[in-house]
Design a protein around this ligand. Structure first.
Ligand code: SF4
Ligand code: MG
Length: 386
């Protein structure tokens, strides 16, 4: 089957006073329909920027400078194909090539996003029910007319979107949209949804508000849910409950989930396949089974040697001494980015960055010379190098 999303050579740069920061440095991924795909890495590795880039949500001083995000949607091809032929290839639409206006209408309908902090997705002065009902209505409008500027703000937590709409203090939503909001609250396991719909965000506990944010994100029946560290701020038990809820919803709706996390315990619980991200690149990708049982990249091996507990006692991955390198362009070495931290670095690692390859012993791709050469202890760089 053809993948639902194909990310090809995606590059996102931030143009800062210190220079150009290569936050996402040419990543390739394919994500299948109805799977949970994880992107895992330390903070600063580019995971969140990758998610935002896929959705076209990068803002100045950031810019996507290269690559494609192909999304398979015959429905979308039919509705916009004639107007934006250069963005279409067969059943696929290149999200990067779409006009920003059309891309905006995909948010909430085709793609939704949830974050670590649910407060950022809600307006404190409106009831939770009203806001979800509003999401229902704006997604209906966007589906009915993908060319309309139906860009409502909910579900993205980005202040610039909020600023782009002047928010009146009272919204008028249809009765049937409110009913749908109550159904959605029920679907995400909120008790007494009729009563809770009339409450304000601050009346919800963290876990309940997280559920409400998921309900809001699902209002437009998205094909793809992007979840960026969705449970990181919650305590263990609640975290596990919310993850289980996401899995249940995934099974019920068949949606695809792109899960961004620094927590390998979460990946193990949730994902079908994953990509390990380091310094703006995917360095290893494959099925959960293959990557966990037979990691090839020394970075992945390091991560797996220190699986953090779901209880967060080791919240930050610190598997291998050292830090993610500076991604400033003029400081980028022309070699494997991981070499400074790699216990298996060899001379060739310092001469040229590795490409993806498949190790003899494995069936998945890794961006490391070990995936193509057999490693011999004598290849190791001496202590002096470190
Ligand atoms: Fe280590 Fe070399 Fe592989 Fe980079 S290419 S991860 S330095 S072995
Ligand atoms: Mg992040």
């Amino acid at each position: 089957e053809k993948p639902l999303l194909r990310v090809e050579g995606l590059k996102t740069r931030f143009f800062t006073e210190e220079g150009q920061v290569n936050a996402v440095d040419g990543i390739d991924l394919s994500i299948n329909d109805s799977e949970v795909f994880g992107i895992v890495g330390e903070s600063g590795s580019g995971k969140s920027v990758t998610a935002l880039s896929v959705l076209g949500l990068i803002e100045s001083p950031g810019r996507i400078t290269d690559g494609h995000v192909w999304y398979r949607s015959p429905e979308l091809v039919e509705s916009i194909g004639a107007d934006e032929p250069s963005a279409v290839d067969g059943e696929y639409v290149d999200l990067q090539a779409l006009s920003p206006r059309v891309r905006r209408t995909l948010r909430g309908t085709h793609f939704s996003m949830i974050f670590q902090d649910p407060m950022s997705s809600f307006n404190p002065s409106l009831t939770v029910g009203e806001q979800i009902a509003e999401a229902v209505e704006s997604q209906q409008r966007a589906r009915a007319n993908p060319r309309s500027v139906a860009s409502r703000t909910q579900g993205y937590g980005l202040s610039s979107f909020i600023m782009s709409t002047v928010m009146p203090s009272k919204r008028y939503v249809k009765e049937e949209s409110l009913d749908r909001a109550i159904e959605l609250l029920e679907m995400v396991g909120i008790p007494d949804p009729v009563l809770r719909a009339e409450e304000y965000p601050h009346e919800f506990s963290g876990g309940m508000l997280q559920r409400a944010m998921i309900a809001q994100a699902l209002a437009g029946e998205p094909n793809v849910l992007i979840a960026d560290e969705p449970t990181t701020a919650l305590d263990v038990t609640i975290q596990a409950q919310v993850l289980d809820l996401l899995l249940e919803l995934q099974e019920e709706t068949g949606m695809t989930i792109l899960l961004i996390t620094h927590n390998l315990g979460v990946v193990a619980r949730m994902c079908d396949r994953l990509g390990v991200m380091y310094a703006g690149e995917i360095v290893e990708r494959g099925t959960l089974h293959d990557v966990f049982n037979d990691p090839v990249h020394p970075y992945t091996q390091g991560l797996l040697g220190s699986i953090p507990d779901l209880d967060g006692t080791r919240d930050r991955l610190q598997p291998i001494a050292g830090n993610v390198p500076s991604l400033l362009d003029h400081e980028m070495p022309d070699r494997c980015f991981f070499a400074d931290r790699c216990p298996k670095a060899m001379q060739e690692c310092l001469e040229k960055p590795p490409e993806f390859g498949i190790a003899e012993s494995s069936s998945h791709a890794t961006k490391c010379y070990l995936a193509r050469t057999s490693y011999d202890e004598t290849d190791a760089l001496t202590e002096d190098y470190f």
